[in-house]
Design a protein around this ligand. Sequence first.
Ligand code: G3P
Length: 224
Amino acid sequence: MDIYIDTADLDEIKQAAALGVLDGVTTNPSLVAREGVDFHTRLREICQVVSGPVSAEVVATDHDGMIAEAEPLIGIADNIVIKLPCIEEGVRACKTLSDRGVRVNMTLCFQPLQALMAAKAGAFLISPFVGRVDDVGGDGMEIIQQIRQIYDNYGYETKILTASIRHPQHLVQAALIGSDVATCPLKVIQQVMKHPLTDVGLKKFLADWHEAMAVLQKKEPALT
Ligand code: G3P
């Protein structure tokens, strides 16, 4: 499963990229607004750090406006993926761009039929928001499961990108279901590498090692 970071914060992206396991980046208008920087400049900076797919979302809500906004974004770098909302005009714009060979990420997906339409329109990625579904008492991961089954039933190649991930359990479930990608905040990427028993075990290994070395040094100074 590919792991993307869900942020427009360049320092966070650099931190995640330094791990050597980052496959891409997703941004959205709220994340970019939080940074208070020029959108295109920030995308250029991100694309210098990450060579995998970098999603850039349009804010127009009509087909022609979406295409017009997408044009300069596409020119920023080869790895830019145009992010469009799962609305009628978004599906139309997805078809237009996909037919031209532009990769599209269909976002704000909350039910499996939106994912079906995105796949039929040639989307490269579909982004179901699991955390936001859970927030309103639904079961976000059930939607991932349903989309997986629909895509597998018909051989759609659109990749499922599990988004709106709130905690490591979302990531575990996404991987078990067979989501192609998961996009997470830096906090979750860091959380998945932590386990208290790993810390306790490492502390013990190091203590045992240093204790044994100290004893050995006393007995056989030349060996240490
Ligand atoms: O970028 C899309 C998605 O991951 C947003 O997540 O936490 O705002 O629901 P969140």
